[in-house]
Design a binder for this molecule. Structure first.
Ligand code: UDP
Length: 244
């Protein structure tokens, strides 16, 4: 599957058209940004790990009945996906207080939440992704009530699949961000699922194994991502093995 015209270049990924109008190619980059792009770096090997991890998580979710845009991994840095019309809403799922929730509500990081919390943010860099609710989504015409119900159900299902899967591998799924899009009349899970978009903590030490290592200058960012990959890769002995 060859790359066509570039459609979009984001902070961590590029999206290309392919010869099939229903399929796009995603390339995972080594670039990392945080705080609205104020902090930037190149983290050698991050793209390869995020592609590998996203492929593993999307495959698992598909097996469990969650419909995603993932088609197949094409190379170390590339995956083939179904073309989505992205819904410009970030869906955040939280099991444990951290990051912006802890700051905003004064809940210490690490506090187990009494129930899973879902939040919506408008995908708009210029506005710094403001938090929105159902009413804003309908008022702005971003998605219908039926679609929002589907997003919420899918987000909770992703959590129900990933949290126990990660727990068995010594990882706590603290929180994560999802994006969805429309494809041939269906809502599919899109974007990526990786340590760039999830918080993973080591179950015994509490060590952060995600992008907070970059945001908070903790060092060992790629090593932490590789540790997550080591724990979830199972029998998949791909090209990454050579990095061990
Ligand atoms: N997140 C993300 N992209 C964003 C904002 C958040 O992937 O633009 C992820 C983040 O990595 C974390 C979760 O969503 O796993 C919740 O993030 P939070 O709202 O706490 O924001 P942060 O503290 O990262 O600014």
């Amino acid at each position: 599957m060859n790359r066509g015209e570039i459609l979009y270049e984001g902070k961590a990924k590029k999206v290309f058209r392919t010869s099939d109008p229903d399929l796009y190619l995603i390339e995972y980059k080594d670039d990392a940004t945080a705080f609205d792009g104020l902090k930037k770096d190149r983290l050698e090997g991050k793209g390869v790990l995020n592609n590998a991890l996203s492929a593993i998580f999307f495959t698992l979710l598909e097996e469990k009945g969650v419909e995603t845009h993932f088609v197949r991994k094409l190379s170390e840095r590339e995956m083939l996906v179904k073309a989505l019309e992205i819904i410009p809403v970030e869906v955040i799922v939280r099991n444990i207080a951290a990051g912006s929730l802890s700051k905003r509500l004064g809940i210490p990081e690490g506090t187990v939440l009494g129930r899973t919390v879902l939040e919506f943010y408008l995908k708009d860099d210029a506005l710094h992704d403001p938090m929105i609710n159902h009413n804003h989504i309908y008022a702005l015409g971003l998605a219908s009530a039926e679609e929002v119900a589907q997003l919420e159900a899918a987000a909770l299902e992703v959590n129900a699949v990933l949290a126990p899967y990660l727990k068995e591998r010594g990882l706590i799924l603290v929180d994560f961000k999802l994006e969805f899009g429309r494809h041939k009349g269906k809502i599919l899970l899109g974007d990526e699922i990786s340590p760039d978009t999830c918080r993973f903590w080591d179950s015994s030490s509490g060590e952060k194994l995600d992008k907070d290592r970059f945001r908070r200058d903790l060092g060992g960012v790629v090593e932490a991502y590789r540790e997550v990959w080591r724990r979830v890769k199972g029998g998949e002995n791909g090209a990454l093995e050579s990095q061990d």
